[in-house]
Design a protein around this ligand. Structure first.
Ligand SMILES: C[C@@H](NS(C)(=O)=O)c1cncc(N2C(=O)c3ccc(Cl)cc3C2(C)C)c1
Length: 477
């Protein structure tokens, strides 16, 4: 019998054949600057995917990267990340550490240095055992926040409160994270919040805002291109390090005077373990403190808005929360009894991913969408575009937490915290803060909003609303 002809192996297309937006890196960067495209970075990526397809190449100043849209391509990319996964560095942040002779935390470290710090931090920051220890601290702050809203409502003649929660949410996330990190309350939820901590929140915002324009410039030219921007950036960093240092000195001083008998936060555990040198603890605690403010406040604001304009979803969540909290069981069990609320948080991060991409450099040559991508090429998964792509999600514009609780295969679709051993180390802290916050809000109030129109979003290194929504809270008797 004749031998069946071998099917031709589909020859992967060369790297140069990947569709791309305009090829000239510096012209692109200039255009980006001139048209101030940074705030719209996520929308520009979405349009590029619509015009060029599920893979495209973009060169902007010093960086040349491949953008991916589909979960299956993200899966292939993550399989090539190796044991020291790497993402795009932030030159202006590294430049500051070098200038001030500070150590870097896990976000900026790579290779063996990253891995050794990360493995030590994992035990206290993201492991189930570590998370269980700081849960009660977060719950206390979430209860205090709900009480602070009741306090404001009692002051009003009408039994409701209409407010722009933007700044209050930053105070909540810093109060909650600082309590879990340092075991101390900052007093940000009191009637007149502590001004020093409020100043810290403002400097984190300034630092993030001034990071963006510096993002694609080589370190050498940054300070000459826009000196004021550079100086503001450095000053914000110095203030951030000063605040974190104060928190660290407080607990270190108490520590030398006598070790605490009971759990008093993540930093105390790191000091007790004596596995990490003090300057590394400081570098990592600074990242955890500054990284815990905006990143968690924004998704809370987006969730409250979506619950206000989707009353049926809000009611379904309220039922689930009431049922879960009925028996005063241990906190982590209550948390595991609210799948719909977990789905709501995933739904918020699908539509409003805080970090709009996840980046990796593959350790070996890889084929993506039938193109050859050489090892070491910067590859970015476009989370914002993926979350709103009808190819990936049915009815993508609909806020539907139940899409995450069914039997559907959602693998590599929930990437807002990244992936694998280098995923967000603050994930459990952020998820717990958001879950407990929403649980207490839903138990105490109905949330409403007048405007049902979509919120416009801007990218300022963190995805945030262009204009914060006005929300109305009415106590549930
Ligand atoms: C928004 C998102 N970007 S990402 C990592 O996906 O590209 C993100 C996610 N998780 C944490 C952060 N952080 C901050 O906000 C921040 C501030 C100051 C310092 Cl010293 C360290 C940080 C980190 C990187 C922890 C940022």
């Amino acid at each position: 019998p004749a031998v069946a002809p071998k099917p031709p192996i589909s020859r992967a297309l060369p790297f140069e054949a990947i569709p791309r937006s305009s090829p000239n890196a510096w012209v692109n960067l200039y255009q980006f600057w001139r048209t101030n495209s940074f705030p719209n970075f996520h929308h520009i990526m979405q349009k590029n995917f619509q015009n060029l397809g599920p893979i495209y190449r973009e060169t902007l100043g010093t960086y040349d990267s491949v953008h991916l849209l589909l979960p299956r391509d993200a899966a292939v990319l993550f399989q090539t990340e190796g044991i020291f996964p790497r993402r795009m560095g932030i030159n202006s942040w590294i430049a500051h550490r070098t200038l001030r002779n500070h150590k870097c935390g896990v976000f900026l470290l790579n290779g063996e240095d990253w891995r050794s710090d990360r493995l030590i931090l994992n035990k206290e920051v993201i492991s189930p055992v570590g998370t269980r220890k700081f849960l009660p601290f977060l719950n206390t702050v979430a209860e205090d926040f709900a009480e602070s809203i009741h306090r404001l409502i009692r002051k009003n003649a009408r039994r409701s409160l209409t407010v722009d929660l933007y700044h209050d949410l930053f105070r909540f996330t810093l109060e909650a994270s600082s309590y879990a990190l340092y075991g101390q309350r900052l007093g940000l939820l009191d009637e007149n919040p502590n001004p020093e901590s409020q100043h810290f929140i403002d400097t984190v915002e300034t630092m993030l805002r001034t990071t963006l324009p510096l993002l694609f410039l080589p370190p050498g030219v940054m300070r000459w291109v826009n000196n004021k921007l550079w100086r503001d950036h450095m000053e914000a960093w110095d203030a951030i390090f000063k605040h974190a240092d104060k928190c660290i000195q407080n607990i270190y001083q108490e520590f030398c005077l006598g070790q605490p008998r009971k759990y008093s936060g993540i930093m105390a555990e790191l000091l007790l373990q004596e596995e990490m040198p003090l300057d590394s603890i400081k570098a990592n605690m600074t990242e955890l403190t500054a990284g815990s403010v905006d990143t968690t406040a924004m998704p809370l604001l987006f969730t409250l808005f979506e619950l206000a304009r989707n009353p049926q979803v809000q009611t379904a969540l309220r039922e689930e929360v009431k049922a879960a909290a009925v028996s005063t069981r241990e906190l982590s069990k209550v948390m595991n009894d609210m799948p719909l609320l977990k789905g709501a948080i995933k739904e918020t991060l699908r539509l409003y991913p805080v970090g709009i991409t996840v980046q990796r450099y593959p350790m070996r040559d890889v084929v993506l969408q039938n193109y050859c991508v050489p090892a070491g090429t910067l590859c970015q998964v476009g989370l914002y575009a993926m979350g709103r792509s009808p190819e990936v999600f049915r009815d993508p514009e609909r806020y539907d937490p139940s899409r995450w609780t069914g039997k559907e295969d959602n693998s590599f679709k929930a990437l807002a915290f990244g992936f694998g051993s280098r995923q967000c180390i603050g994930r459990r802290l952020a998820e717990a803060e958001m879950t407990l916050f929403l649980m207490h809000i839903l138990r105490n109030f109905k949330i409403d909003t007048v405007s049902k129109a979509d919120l416009k979003t801007v990218y300022g290194f963190i995805l945030m609303p262009e204009k914060p929504p006005l929300l109305t809270f009415r106590p549930i008797d």
